[in-house]
Write a protein that binds this ligand. Structure first.
Ligand code: PMP
Length: 336
C-alpha cells in the first residue's frame, strides 16, 4: 500500500516544469527556464512550507503548547497553510482580517475549522475594533501564539532548509539564476542564501510590482496580490538579490493568462509576474555565451483558482483597462 499518514507529509518536493520557447519568446538555443509549481502543495501554495516550519519551531520553543491557539492577521495563503497544519495538529486557529477581504477567502479558512474575525476597515488604527488592536488583543490571551510571518526567522529558514536544497538537487547543481516575487521576502532570502552558498555565481533575481519598495517604489498601490510591500520586512535579506525586475500589473496579468492558455499552468498573478520577469531574463541571455548553459528556475507561488473573479475574469480586467489576450468564451445552451 502506498500512502502517507498525514497531509503534512506531502508539503514540499514540488516539481519543476519546463516553460516552452514559444511562451518565453526564446530561440531554443538559449536558457532553459524551469517553473517550480508550488500550487501542488497540499494547501495549494508555497506558504504551506513556512506554516509547518513556524509551527514546529514554536512547539520546540514552548511558545505553542498543546491545545493552544494560533492567531495571525492574514486571510491569504499563509492562513490556509496555518489552518491546515493546525487542524492536523489539534490547535485552534483565529484569523483576523479586514472587511474588504472576500467572503470566498474567509470561507476557505472556515472550511478547515478556523475562526475568522472580521474588522471594519473604516476605523483608525487606534480604534479598539481596528485590525491591529483586535489581533494584538487576541494574541495576548493565554495559550495564544502569533507566528508573524513578517518577522519570524523560521519563514526564510524553511526556504533555506527545504526549498533551496530541493532546487539545487532537482537541477543537479546546474541552476544559474533563481527568480521569485517578494512579499515577506522569505522565499528569496532563504532560497537565495542557500543557492549562493552552494555556488556564489548563482544570480538571485527578484520580480516586483511597479510601485513596491523592493523595486524602488513608494509603496503606491498595484493590483497583483501577495507580492510587493510598502515597508521593509525583517524577513527580507537586503543583501541577497543581485537584481530586481519591475513588472507592471498589465504585464503580470497578461502573462498569467498566457501561462494558463499556453502551458496549462493555472496560476495566480504573482506567478505570472515572476514568470514574466524570468522570460525577460531568458530573452536577454538568449544568444549570449552565458545564455547557452543558463538554467533559470522561477518559483510560482500559488494557483489561479483563487483569482477566478479577478485575473481570469475578462470584465474585471477590462474595468482596469487591461488586455485579456484571447478572451474566455462561453455559450448558453439555447445558442448551440
Ligand atoms: N505570491 C503570493 C500569492 C503570496 O501569497 C506570497 C506571500 N505573501 C508571495 C508570492 C511572496 O512570498 P514571500 O512572502 O516568501 O516573499
Amino acid at each position: 500500500m502506498e500512502y502517507v499518514d498525514s497531509l503534512l507529509d506531502l508539503i514540499g518536493n514540488t516539481p519543476l516544469v519546463r516553460l516552452s520557447d514559444e511562451v518565453l519568446g526564446t530561440s531554443g538555443k538559449g536558457p532553459v527556464v524551469l517553473a517550480k509549481v508550488e500550487y501542488l502543495n497540499p494547501g495549494g501554495s508555497v506558504k504551506d512550507r513556512i506554516a509547518s516550519r513556524m509551527i514546529e519551531a514554536a512547539e520546540e520553543s514552548g511558545e505553542l503548547q498543546p491545545g493552544g491557539t494560533i492567531v495571525e492577521p492574514t486571510s491569504g495563503n499563509t492562513g490556509v497553510g496555518l489552518a491546515m497544519v493546525a487542524q492536523q495538529k489539534g490547535y485552534k486557529c483565529v484569523f483576523v482580517c479586514p472587511d474588504k477581504v472576500s467572503e470566498d477567502k474567509r470561507n476557505v479558512l472556515k472550511a478547515y475549522g478556523a475562526e475568522v474575525v472580521v474588522c471594519p476597515t473604516a476605523v483608525p488604527p487606534e480604534h479598539p475594533d481596528s485590525y491591529y488592536n483586535v489581533s494584538d488583543k487576541l494574541a495576548s490571551q493565554p495559550g495564544a501564539w502569533k507566528p508573524d510571518q513578517y518577522s519570524n526567522p523560521h519563514n526564510p529558514r524553511s526556504h533555506y532548509e527545504e526549498t533551496g536544497p530541493e532546487i539545487w538537487r532537482q537541477t543537479d547543481g546546474k541552476i544559474t539564476h533563481f527568480v521569485t516575487g517578494m512579499g515577506t521576502g522569505g522565499t528569496i532570502s532563504g532560497v537565495g542564501k542557500y543557492l549562493k552558498e552552494q555556488n556564489p555565481d548563482v544570480k538571485v533575481v527578484g520580480a516586483d510590482p511597479a510601485g513596491s519598495v523592493y523595486s524602488g517604489g513608494t509603496g503606491r498601490p498595484y493590483l497583483v496580490e501577495g507580492v510587493g510591500e510598502d515597508f521593509w520586512p525583517d524577513t527580507y535579506d537586503r543583501n541577497v538579490a543581485d537584481r530586481v525586475i519591475e513588472v507592471s500589473d498589465a504585464d503580470s496579468f497578461a502573462y498569467t493568462r498566457r501561462l494558463a492558455r499556453e502551458q496549462a499552468l493555472l496560476v495566480g498573478g504573482s506567478s505570472g509576474m515572476a514568470a514574466f520577469a524570468a522570460a525577460q531574463l531568458a530573452r536577454e541571455l538568449d544568444g549570449t555565451p552565458e545564455g547557452e548553459n543558463a538554467v533559470i528556475v522561477v518559483l510560482l507561488p500559488d494557483s489561479g483558482r483563487g483569482y477566478l473573479t479577478k485575473v481570469f475574469n475578462d470584465d474585471w480586467l477590462a474595468t482596469y483597462g487591461f488586455a485579456t489576450g484571447a478572451p474566455t468564451t462561453s455559450r448558453t445552451v439555447g445558442e448551440v
